[in-house]
Design a protein around this ligand. Structure first.
Ligand code: NAI
Ligand code: COI
Ligand code: MG
Length: 374
């Protein structure tokens, strides 16, 4: 990887995937110009689109592009054709799961923050959510999503096995402890150790590792209680560490604190590869309507820039996203009375980067799209 030239694998996927990814590419083009970087975009098929075109949810060619990249930018996969057909053997989600496994992306980091101008938009009360700031570390390549599975041909029973090895837990646990050291020094392991052997293994390993991080307070919480505590008192959390399925579920729940799932980005990190994706899915009901919030994907780009060590560009991008949100330049999920389209929000953020980097930014220079006022 040279200092200013980066190969980015781009996998738009299904549903709103292509729409949000096209806003992220718009942003990367502006960042390339403003900061003198060169991004080479190599596009690949994945998910339902890949099944329809090739018969496979993750074609070999896509995997090759990803393995040869400095980072992968992923949109979303999933299509009602498969969601509504339990008999389908080849499914879009298999493409994403296989990609995560093949790239060894063991840690999925999902940051959650609140924005002052969105506090009133949340169904939760101001005093509960104001200032909430949580980093979720979700294990991504083991557990029940990857265990042995079976469906009885007669349809009488089915099972999915949840299995964890020590080696699956240790690396992500260290990452989470280290992150807690940089923050408020509190790590909460969310599990179901009162029932599950796998959860007891997670607790045992965290207890073994904890003495290496004496400044970090390690807490435990059962996942059913955690689902409640996240809504009752999210400010009690700093860094959360959890297994694959619990992390999937509680992070969608936690997105309500920020105002919309359309705001939450993520980084999936492995030893050799890294992939950046919103936490949401393909939101098929919104496909082609221009209403999807592109911010989760755009903030995933900020996480990608951090990973590529382009910290200044990442910081500028985050400032521009905040500027858009604070100026109420948002999609319909955040303001049903006055809203902008997916591409208008992307352009507003891109223009803010462009003009403020050239130091002649003022609000007049920014193209104001036509908002819809209800
Ligand atoms: N990483 C991925 O690619 C994921 C894929 N999926 C797939 O996506 C499909 C739809 O799944 P759902 O359970 O409906 O989850 P979803 O995350 O696609 O949508 C759930 C709800 O979240 C909101 N939402 C999601 N993204 C948004 C955005 N960018 N802007 C504004 N609002 C947004 C909408 O209200 C939507 O009805 C399924 O096929 C599922 O398997 C689901 C989760 C993750
Ligand atoms: C669609 C699944 C494979 C994953 C999921 O829901 C997620 O990673 O958030
Ligand atoms: Mg999910």
């Amino acid at each position: 990887m040279s200092n200013n030239y980066f190969k980015i694998a781009v996998l738009p996927g299904d549903g709103i995937g292509p729409e949000i990814i096209s806003e992220s590419i718009k942003i990367l083009d502006v960042i390339a110009e403003a900061f003198q970087y060169k991004f080479q975009f190599d596009y690949g098929l994945i998910g339902a689109e890949a099944i329809f075109k090739t018969g496979e949810p993750l074609p070999e060619e896509t995997l090759k592009i990803c393995k040869e990249s400095d980072a992968v930018l992923f949109g979303a996969i999933g299509d009602p054709v498969f969601d509504n057909n339990p008999e389908a053997k080849v499914r879009p989600e298999q493409g994403l799961l296989k990609l995560r496994k093949e790239l060894g992306l063991f840690a999925n980091i999902r940051p959650l923050q609140t924005y002052p101008s969105l506090i009133e938009k949340s169904p939760l009360k101001r005093e509960i959510i104001e200032g909430a700031d949580i980093q979720i570390f979700r294990e991504l390549v083991s557990g029940i999503y990857f265990g042995e599975k079976f469906t009885d041909p007669e349809g009488a029973y089915a099972y999915d096995v949840c299995k964890y090895n020590r080696e699956d837990i240790i690396p992500i646990a260290h990452m989470a402890f280290k992150e807690a050291q940089k923050r408020k020094k509190k790590l909460t392991l969310i599990d179901k150790a009162n029932v599950l052997d796998t959860s007891r293994l997670w607790r045992k390993i965290c207890q073994e590792i904890a003495p290496e991080y004496p400044d970090v307070q390690l807490d435990y919480m059962f996942v059913d209680n955690a689902a409640m505590q996240l809504i009752l008192n999210p400010k009690q959390f700093d860094v959360i560490l959890t297994e694959n399925m619990f992390g999937d579920i509680i992070s969608d729940e936690a997105s309500v604190i920020g105002g919309s799932i359309g705001l939450l980005p993520s980084a999936s990190i492995g030893d050799k590869n890294a992939l950046f994706e919103p936490i949401h899915g393909s939101y098929p009901q919104a496909k082609g309507k221009g209403i999807a919030n592109p911010v989760a994907s755009i903030l995933s780009v900020a996480m990608m820039l951090d990973h590529l060590n382009l910290k200044q560009a990442a910081e500028k991008l985050r400032q521009s996203v905040e500027h858009a949100i604070e100026n109420k330049y948002v999609t319909i999920d955040l303001n049903t009375k006055q809203y902008y389209s997916t591409s208008e929000v992307g352009s507003f953020i891109a223009d803010h980067i462009r003009y403020s980097e050239k130091s002649y930014y003022n609000f007049e220079n920014v193209k104001i799209g036509k908002s819809t006022i209800v």
